[in-house]
Design a protein around this ligand. Structure first.
Ligand code: HEM
Length: 223
């Protein structure tokens, strides 16, 4: 990589681009993950079969590695920008052009909603990806019974409350993230700014409610 590119990536603008691109990759991932999770409303077999198809595809390792790289870049760059900002402009959020006075709650809380989302993600992977391994057979194929683990967890009040709080924060982080990524990438025009804001709202609400539906369904309907 030429020195010029490295210098650009280290600049405030370059870092904002890294934040925007890595954030948008995760924004797309959470939508697909949320949609896959909705299969719990179809049947236990449909949910397990979907997870089996996904995890038995060799490309999953490439996708997982990419997700780890992007979240690492996103978190490290976000913390770096935040630290630089608090040294130089104590009250400005990195990707928002508004002054601190006009900055929204979601904008000012990005560092906290982001940090809690990261903690949530690590615990989430420990619980589900690396958690208890039950087995079941669907269409004659032996596979992991991930549905059983999901139901087991979300039958407990603690998990439902924790997921409820974290998914609201994920939604807030997404809302501001989508809007500021578009701004960083130059997708902003006075004519479309309201539409972009509306899109950010709709996207984050759909994703958060879609995810929230799973623990609430298990707890209140299945449990
Ligand atoms: C109620 C909400 C959610 C449910 C029920 C859920 C369910 C699951 C389950 C069952 C797995 C394990 C899949 C397997 O290995 O077979 C998983 C993995 C994962 N989840 Fe979630 N998830 C939720 C929310 C989230 C959110 C909000 C994020 C991101 C912020 C997320 C990110 C991930 C990631 C990165 C993996 C690992 C994927 C892989 O490596 O293959 N999940 N989730």
């Amino acid at each position: 990589m030429s020195q010029g590119i490295l210098r650009y990536l280290g600049s405030t603008m370059g870092r904002k681009y890294i934040m925007a691109i890595s954030g948008l990759v995760w924004t797309l991932f959470v939508l697909t993950h949320m949609l896959g999770n909705l299969l719990i409303f179809a049947s236990a077999d449909a949910y397990n079969f979907y997870a089996y198809k996904l995890t038995s595809n060799p490309l999953i390792y490439v996708a997982e590695a990419a997700l780890v790289v992007f979240i690492g870049m996103h978190a490290a760059t976000g913390i770096g920008l935040r630290m630089r900002n608090s040294r130089t402009k104590p009250n400005l959020y990195a990707v928002t052009p508004k002054s601190a006075k006009g900055a929204s709650v979601t904008s000012k809380s990005m560092i906290w909603s982001g940090t809690i989302t990261l903690v949530f993600l690590i615990l989430h992977l420990i619980t589900f990806k690396f958690g208890a391994y039950y087995e079941t057979t669907v269409d004659g194929i032996l596979m992991r019974d991930i549905h059983k683990l999901v139901v087991e967890c979300f039958s407990q009040t603690g998990y439902v409350v924790w997921y409820g709080v974290c998914l609201v924060l994920v939604g807030m982080h997404l809302y501001h993230g989508v809007a500021s990524s578009f701004q960083t990438l130059g997708i902003n025009h006075p004519k479309f700014n309201n539409a972009i804001k509306g899109f950010g709202w709709a996207y984050s609400i759909v994703v958060a409610l879609g995810f929230l539906a799973v623990p609430f369904y298990v707890f209140f309907v299945k449990g």
